[in-house]
Design a protein around this ligand. Sequence first.
Ligand code: SIN
Length: 193
Amino acid sequence: MPHDTQALNRTRQCFAGLDSVWVFGYGSLIFKADFPYIERRPARIDHWQRRFWQGSHDHRGTPEAPGRVLTLVEVPGSSCKGMAYRVHPDVFAHLDHREKNGYLRFETAFHFDDGSEVNGLVYIANSDNAAWLGPAPESDIAEHIANSRGPSGPNDEYVLRLAQALRELDETDAHVFAIEAYLHLLAAQTDED
Ligand code: SIN
């Protein structure tokens, strides 16, 4: 798969005739909505979990020193709470550019708190993309994140803002919260030095 997934994403779904499309955010799309949306609602998708297994060459790191950002991995029986946005199809030009470093759009069902359901799109980076970093111990992931930064800012800001946004959504994510705790520990150690 190429480094830049924009052209591939344009071929994946056809938006002709649609006034709006739902897109699910589970990472930075929760805390940084830098695009116009018609409405947004907390939602969950089933059988997916967050993991800091994707490299970031363009936001929280560089091609020479990639940061670590989220993707989703399939875990049957699990669920992932995030934010669903209903957007005009034109907004996908911006979203495809923002998520171009390895993410592809997939269609899935979104479940809202009131029991209703819609189909929408979610950006997922699979292990066959060029920026994939894969699993590592959470303490190592935290150390990597503590030492990375890119054009969108320091990598640890991604984790800290996301953890805060997840608490506001009443979502407990053991992986994200463990890495956040390691980051606090590392910052305390740096302060002591
Ligand atoms: C998302 O937030 O839904 C995708 C991953 C990211 O941009 O952090």
